[in-house]
Design a binder for this molecule. Sequence first.
Ligand code: 1QQ
Length: 395
Amino acid sequence: MRKFSKGLISLVAVTSLLGVTACGGGGTSSEAGSTAGGEKPAAESAASGEAVSVNVGVVSILTGSGAGYGEAITNGLKLANKEITEQGKVKMNLLIEDSAGKQEQALSSAQKLMNSDNVSVIIGPTLSTEMNVVGPEADMNGVPIIGTSTTAQGIPQIGDYVFRNSIPESMAIPASIDAAVKAYDVKKVAIIYGNDDVFTKSGFDTMKAVAEEKGLEITTIEEFQKGQADYNAQLTKIKGTNPDLILASALYNEGAVIMSQARKMGITAPFVGGNGFNSPEVIKIAGDAAEGLIVATPWFGDKPDEKVQAFVEKYTAEYGKAPDQFAAQAYDALYVLADAIERAGSDDRDAIRDALAETKGFNGILGEMSFDEEGDIVMDPTVLTIKDGKFQLFQ
Ligand code: 1QQ
């Protein structure tokens, strides 16, 4: 890991943006947004008029239990890449590898991309559990890596080459608990979480901290493992403590089954879920039992915003279904990367890393985003609920 502060670089970028604006020249905009920067290489590539060509590795879940996330992510990336290629300034060759949601496979996929395919940058992997092993390896090799769905605490802090454009659980969960507590006059909460996954554990830490901060009584804390099919023991315990609200930190497979079994047992308390629940797969698996789930997310597909609606239309036409949060985050991430590559003006790994770190005020379909000094994203979440089989604004 090379030690230099992402923050210091960002500061330089702001200064440089002011400089560019004051001169009225150059600029560093792409169709999806503009950021600070405007270093020499971008000027060179603009002058030559040639598209910068870059090999981009993608590590995503294409098979196995989290494939719904990976399908949305790779769809979002492919759509963005098609548009970016047509714009003619950056040409990205996406090399997509399956991680199957497993640490070892994610690591070997990333190693192949870095060492054999010689990619300049990696998008992914899908899970924080995977990023915890892939991130340090990419950082050690000096390969910039962008998580588009990794939301556990500490991901960008892995190293200077590690970024994400997904909002952390620590930003999403306080918003959703806050809204639920106000709406349902909550005094007592039960918590259930997966104890063998980096993301679900991190979500649990935040849920517990927020509940304590708000002075809520935690009636019980229940744990489960990935792939578990029967939650009778945990739910019986929860039911017995009669909570006003259930906080669940789970990926969609386990989360949807938990909701479904809870409703069958006659538990009526509303659920608050973390990022793992922000998928239409929850509705597909849990059906009516998914109704009333409360989540916070930077993505809302019904937002009356021209850019959002154009994306929804294009995505739906291409894939025959509406995009979810994971598709939207991946789509924005590729535009952020294209913008950085354009400013870097080359496929050099360090130049791309530095340009990424300079990203400020990028205006994408998720709204305006910046990386903070540690490479974490700064953005406002929206609180949604599942109503009539659809994610809608929670109000
Ligand atoms: C993480 C997550 C998951 C929900 C990604 C699919 O946020 O593992 O960090």
